[in-house]
Design a protein around this ligand. Structure first.
Ligand SMILES: Cc1ncc(COP(=O)(O)O)c(C=O)c1O
Length: 405
């Protein structure tokens, strides 16, 4: 039950502007992919400084499309971190390829770049680091290591692998839209960057995702967005809107495409969110900074938020309770719930999950991920959260921990 005392984990920013935007799409008579989606794609691209963007119905389908387009299939390997959400690995499995899981760098929840480089083989087709919590990985280092391994790359005939001539650098930026690396928005570093606009994300469209294309010559990134749009709509040469608007109803199907387009109802939410995203980020930053100051003492380890190179998107505040073990951390979560404060854990390393365990992945091979997971607790962060609520989270958590020792 929720009441005034309840502090939820990450409710979406929905207000009269959102309701009005969605209602006006409903009234317009056009609710699937159309003008709102085009406006959202243009807005995202402008936000990223002009990088071409296509908006789709989730990160998962968007990035799976990238793997399929690149020709990833049976016998291929895709390097991912073990510390991520299952979607990162699942899409590799969907394509019939093998996810090669790499541990975190010690003391962090981000893929270790040296371990990633050692995991590259002749079968590696894609490297996909994850900006967990909204903190960008060291993109230049990853790119350097991926490029260094070009000699090992064996392109599959008849696929874009022949043009790229090296491993594809795909960023799982599901958490990091709005983060920056060396002064550039996340999206300007990897070959392709995938964002999520799921309901709990900083910027939501209820469900949704987008791809930013930043491939080198000879790729035409703007043309790729059009191609992916076509792929997302059954491989049909015309979308529904152009079919009814154009002179001819006639269309063709040029590929056995998929069905993962974004609707105008979703994009309408995204357009409202994007217009005020600066304000959203500012508030999230202030909340995270209040937490960082409040937990700046022995027994707590606070997540990186800002450095000379990077700035987070402030998606998660991943606190570590240094003196506690996994069972005690779970007890803290249960006690916080009794106090009507929702918290979370990001993530259970993938080798802990039945499907991947059954495939032979072992947590013992990922000691840094296991250690990070055991005492991690993600605290509530959302636009409308007040300073008083943040204070209550800090005080309650400290009180609970003090009572346990
Ligand atoms: C790291 C990571 N990657 C991918 C996804 C999948 O995103 P979506 O739900 O938009 O498919 C998520 C979702 O939470 C995620 O946390």
């Amino acid at each position: 039950m929720s009441n005034d005392r309840t502090i939820p984990f990450s409710p979406p920013r929905v207000d009269e502007f959102t309701i009005e935007a969605v209602t006006s799409v409903l009234r317009s008579g056009w609710i699937t992919t159309g003008p709102q989606t085009m406006q959202f794609e243009q807005g995202l691209s402008d936000y990223l400084g002009g990088i071409p963007v296509v908006a789709l119905n989730s990160w998962t389908n968007a990035c799976e499309l990238v793997l399929r387009w690149f020709g990833v299939g049976e016998g291929d390997e895709v390097i991912i971190p073990s510390y991520t959400y299952a979607a990162t690995a699942n899409i590799v499995v969907h394509c019939g390829a093998t996810p090669v899981m790499v541990d975190c760098a010690p003391g962090t929840c981000h893929m270790d770049v040296d371990a990633m480089a050692s995991a590259i083989t002749e079968r590696t087709k894609v490297v996909m680091p994850v900006d967990v919590g909204g903190w960008p990985v060291d993109y230049d280092l990853f790119r350097e290591r991926v490029t260094d391994a070009s000699g090992l790359f064996r392109p599959k005939k008849g696929t874009p692998q022949e043009q790229l001539k090296r491993i594809l650098f795909l960023s799982d930026a599901a958490h990091s839209f709005g983060a920056s690396y060396k002064g550039q928005p996340v999206g300007a570093q990897a070959d392709v960057t995938g964002y999520s606009f799921h309901a709990v994300k900083n910027l939501t469209t209820a469900e949704g995702g987008a791809l930013a294309f930043n491939l080198p010559d000879p790729f035409d990134n703007a043309a790729l967005t059009k191609y992916f749009k076509m792929l997302s709509l059954h491989g049909q040469s015309k979308d529904a809107l152009s079919k009814i608007q154009g002179a001819s109803w006639r269309y063709d199907v040029v590929e056995a495409g998929y069905k993962c387009n974004m609707t105008d109802l979703q994009a309408a939410i995204g357009n409202v969110e994007l217009a005020r995203y600066g304000e959203t980020l500012e508030r999230r930053k202030a909340i995270c900074e209040q937490y960082a100051a409040g937990f700046n003492e022995e027994g707590f380890s606070i997540p990186p938020l800002r450095s000379e190179l990077r700035e987070s998107s402030y998606h998660l505040f991943q606190l570590r309770l240094e003196a506690l073990n996994e069972r005690q951390r779970d007890e803290v979560i249960a006690k916080m719930r009794e106090e009507e404060i929702a918290t979370n854990v990001h993530f259970q390393p993938l080798p802990m999950l039945t499907f991947y365990k059954n495939r032979g992945y072992r947590l013992e091979d990922h000691p840094n991920a296991a250690a990070f997971y055991a005492n991690e607790i993600s605290l509530p962060v959302w636009y409308g959260m007040t300073d008083e609520q943040v204070r209550r989270v800090i005080d309650t958590l400290k009180r609970i921990i003090a009572g346990m020792s």
